[in-house]
Design a protein around this ligand. Structure first.
Ligand code: ADP
Length: 502
């Protein structure tokens, strides 16, 4: 085997919009990337699906291609880590490997009525106590139940033990090991609505509630485990899969947020903010979810998570829906061409409001427009909204966790290229914003855990040692000025919630 300087780790990052294979060296530098865009289909209003065969074939192809990047890439690669879009649900035949239905994507809302009924029947508190989650269609269990109840013959086959369930991590693992391993990791399992996050075991009461046969479920393993080996015939070399972890938890690891109270916030299409809670399984009283951040050597670390559905997607909408500019990056100069928002606020609830409101029925609004308002005001309001939405989450986290007074947020994702957004985050949150040198925090999180599994790193201390800051932003306005600006956002949200009262 090559020495440590020449060692490479392959991260598979299977996301909602693309499947990527990334090679990292042991300092966290990317040496090669291959990517394949992935489409979504919308068979009915609120339904979102993907083709499992395309997910598999694209993933295999990008892995094969990236390992051919240089003559030595294959030789230097020693381990694989998988990170993935979470909650997306696939059910497949144990013998043929063929999926019985398309992948039902996390964004899919076909089980909204099922979830409402669960809440009405009084199950929400039991579900939250055991899983840390809300009874929302976002999570996997009701998607599995839908497949069992709506695809002909499937329930019977599932009960006969012929079918398997998995999120994307399990499905890829099963395919990569040619049907030998049916397993998931604790972080992905904690998004299913079926895992008791205190014990780390599938919960019999919840399986009964959702009417799902236990025989379908994968074995739950630590995030760093021996997940199996990929045969030489698939990738040109026999390679171990040493780590699997859901994408947002992977970013928490990639951002080296290993101490309780540390927060990472990822700004891509949506925004996902996670706070490390250490070994404390706190319950949120402010509609955040409690989730497993990672489980290493049998020890579980928990996190609070706040999910915002629309972050960068609001900038995409200005670009594509309003044709305000050609490139998302132009929004920055536009917003900075004026000194203040002049009272204009944009609540970008284009696909509903996520945490802490959980109102999928609400739609977006721009308020405070005057005769002198211009497109610059709208651009500015869209960028400022990133900070106001984050403050909603931060206030909830602070209220739920009084022990850890936080002073820093580590930010990543496409939007952090926008310096105005980062500065405004620091201003409105009154905390320091740190942007890392390795901006691909999600893929690096999976790669670095695989590195621990392969013995390239000794433990998370090594990953923390590699993390380096590229930029830092400090609040440049006073706390009271921040409060005044934030109060305008709160008024906009209140008005919108009243208007959309269901
Ligand atoms: P994802 O991983 O969810 O596909 P990315 O992390 O690649 O998303 O981020 C892309 C998002 O960030 C897009 O929605 C885009 O509009 C936004 N974005 C990228 N660069 C900028 C920028 N300089 N200013 C504002 N928004 C940006």
């Amino acid at each position: 085997m090559s020495n440590k300087e020449q060692t490479l780790i392959l991260a598979i990052d299977q996301g909602t919009t693309s499947s990527r294979a990334i090679l990292f060296d042991t300092a966290g530098n990317i040496t090669a990337v291959r990517q394949q865009e992935l489409g979504l289909t919308y068979p009915h209003s609120g339904w979102v699906e993907q083709d499992p065969e395309k997910i598999w074939q694209d993933t295999l192809k990008v892995c094969q291609d990236v390992l051919q990047d240089t003559p030595s890439a294959l030789e230097q690669t020693v381990a694989i880590g998988i990170t993935n879009q979470r909650e997306t649900t696939i059910v497949w035949d144990k013998l043929t490997g063929k999926a019985v239905y398309n992948a039902i994507v996390w964004q899919d809302r076909r089980t909204a009525d099922y979830c409402k009924a669960l809440v009405k029947q009084g199950h929400a508190s039991q579900v939250q106590e055991k899983t840390g989650l809300l009874s929302e269609p976002y999570f996997s269990a009701t998607k599995i139940a839908w497949i069992l109840d709506n695809v002909e013959g499937v329930r019977q086959r599932a009960e006969a033990g012929e079918l398997l369930f998995g999120t994307i991590d399990s499905f890829l693992l099963w395919r990569l090991t040619e049907g030998k391993v049916h397993a998931t990791d604790a972080s992905n399992a904690s998004r299913s609505l079926l895992l008791n996050i205190a014990t780390g075991q599938w919960d019999e009461d919840l399986l009964a509630l959702f009417n799902i046969p236990q025989s379908m479920l994968p074995e739950v393993r630590d995030n760093v485990s021996d997940f199996g080996t990929v045969n030489k015939s698939l990738l040109g070399k026999s390679l171990p899969i040493n780590a699997m972890i859901g994408d947002q938890q992977a970013a928490l690891v990639g951002q080296a947020c290993f101490e309780p109270g540390m927060i990472k916030s990822t700004y891509g299409t949506g925004c996902f903010m996670l706070m490390n809670l250490g070994d404390q399984q706190l319950a949120s009283a402010h509609r955040l979810v409690t989730t497993i951040a990672y489980r290493l050597n049998g020890k579980t670390t928990y996190a609070f998570e706040g999910s915002i559905f629309v972050a960068g997607a609001a900038i995409q909408w200005l670009r594509d829906g309003l044709a305000m500019f050609e490139h998302a990056s132009e929004s920055e100069a536009m917003a900075l061409s004026i000194d203040s928002n002049d009272g204009v606020y944009f609540v970008p609830a284009l696909t509903g409001l996520g945490a802490p409101y959980w109102r999928p029925d609400v739609r977006g609004a721009i308020v405070g427009l005057g005769r002198d308002s211009t497109s610059a005001h709208i651009a500015r309001a869209a960028l400022e909204a990133q900070a106001y939405q984050t403050r909603d989450l931060l206030e909830a986290m602070n209220a739920d966790n009084q022990d850890d007074k936080l002073s820093v947020i580590r930010a990543d994702g496409g939007l952090v290229a926008n310096k105005m957004v980062c500065q405004f985050l620091a201003d409105i949150l009154q905390v320091k914003i740190e942007v890392p040198a390795v901006t691909e925090a999600t893929a690096w999180g999976a790669a670095s855990l695989a590195g621990i599994g392969a013995g390239v790193f000794d433990g998370v201390e090594d990953i923390a040692g590699i993390w380096a800051k590229q930029y830092e932003y400090q609040a440049a306005i006073s706390a009271s000025d921040a409060d005044v600006l934030y109060a305008g956002w709160q008024r906009a949200i209140d008005g919108l919630l009243k208007m959309s009262a269901s």
